[in-house]
Design a protein around this ligand. Structure first.
Ligand code: NDP
Length: 296
């Protein structure tokens, strides 16, 4: 099966690595060509010169870019995807995208006989490395079946959420929950630290109690208490996801003060901490506001 993978970023590269072996024949493309060249020489796969070259001859084409906007922008032009895509290819977008843009892309591809599926992932860089990602699919059931083998190379839980756009919507709501947990735990631990309670002791208690979450059990324990703050998932990307969730709720006329406020708070954090900050670094903004660091 000929597979092309476009977007070798923090999560795209470890996902693509699982496809660099039989039964797949892999081509990769990345905007910064040096990254694709390094990946190709390390894994022995083909580095395509342009998106059109990557699309030519692909049975399945996978994209993993920051937002749906970058995916849509890749379609047009002499070197764009539409110049190379042939009828019968399945286009799988693993970007955490927005439902409306995904539906628009799907419509344009349908005219060319190409089926589209939004397939955002969850599980982080470590889940991508281990091939255990959760994949939220928005597509016709038959489209998913055609690409299931590709998804199984890097995913463990693969769920059809509904028609095109449904995967993006579920992913956005998940991300909103992630951001809300990060923000709420930051407020709580900064307050406890300011009052002189050890944050690691408090986390130990919370993790054996009803307030625990992935954020308390894994992220804060490994990244905040240690002050390690590894940069694996940009706060800028989480803010983008939370904004998609907030807009989704508003479009569906669902009162959502928590989702709206959380998206606003992460927009402030993005402005203050910059485009390269990791998502968990949001706690640093609260530490600045309270003039108190979360103390072990
Ligand atoms: P990165 O910022 O690490 O990588 C982004 C990738 O997109 C790079 O390959 C980059 O190319 C490429 N890119 C950026 N802008 C353009 C453009 N205008 N045209 C073409 N290519 C472009 O992001 P991640 O890999 O972390 O995230 C990718 C997607 O996966 C996002 O939607 C994110 O929300 C989602 N995601 C990320 C997770 C994570 O833990 N990192 C977890 C789950 C989902 P270049 O090398 O040239 O910069």
């Amino acid at each position: 099966m000929n597979v092309s993978f476009l977007g070798l970023g923090a999560i795209g590269a470890p996902m693509a690595r699982h496809l660099a072996r039989p039964p797949f024949s892999l081509s990769v493309w990345n905007r910064t060509a040096a990254r694709a060249a390094a990946f190709a020489s390390e894994t022995g796969v083909h580095a395509a010169k342009t998106p059109a070259d990557a699309a030519r001859g692909a049975d399945v084409l996978v994209t993993c870019l920051p937002t749906s906007r970058e995916v849509e922008a890749l379609l047009d032009g002499d070197d764009g995807l539409l110049a190379g895509l042939a009828r019968g290819t399945v286009f799988v977008d693993c970007t955490s995208g927005d439902p409306a843009t995904s539906r628009r892309i799907a419509g344009r591809l349908r005219e060319r006989g190409v089926d589209f599926m939004d397939a955002p992932v969850s599980g982080g860089v470590s889940g991508a490395q281990q091939g255990t990602l959760t994949i939220m699919c928005g597509a016709e059931p038959a489209t998913l079946e055609r690409v299931r083998g590709v998804l199984e190379a890097f995913g463990k839980k693969i769920v059809l959420c509904g028609p095109v756009g449904a995967g993006d919507a579920v992913k956005a709501v998940n991300q909103s929950l992630l951001g809300i947990h990060i923000w709420a735990l930051s407020e709580g631990l900064v307050a406890l630290s300011k009052a002189g309670v050890s944050a690691s002791l408090a986390l130990d208690v919370i993790n054996a109690s009803s307030g625990r979450s992935n954020v308390s059990q894994n992220l804060f324990t490994e990244r905040v208490i240690t002050r390690a703050f590894p940069r694996t998932f940009k706060l800028a990307l989480l803010e983008k996801d939370m904004t998609i969730a907030a807009e989704f709720a508003r479009e569906n006329r669902v009162p959502s003060p928590m989702m709206q406020s959380a998206a606003d708070l992460f927009r402030v954090a993005r402005g203050a901490l910059g485009e390269d900050a990791d998502h968990v670094e949001a706690v640093k903004l609260l530490e600045q506001w309270a003039a108190c660091e979360v103390a072990g």
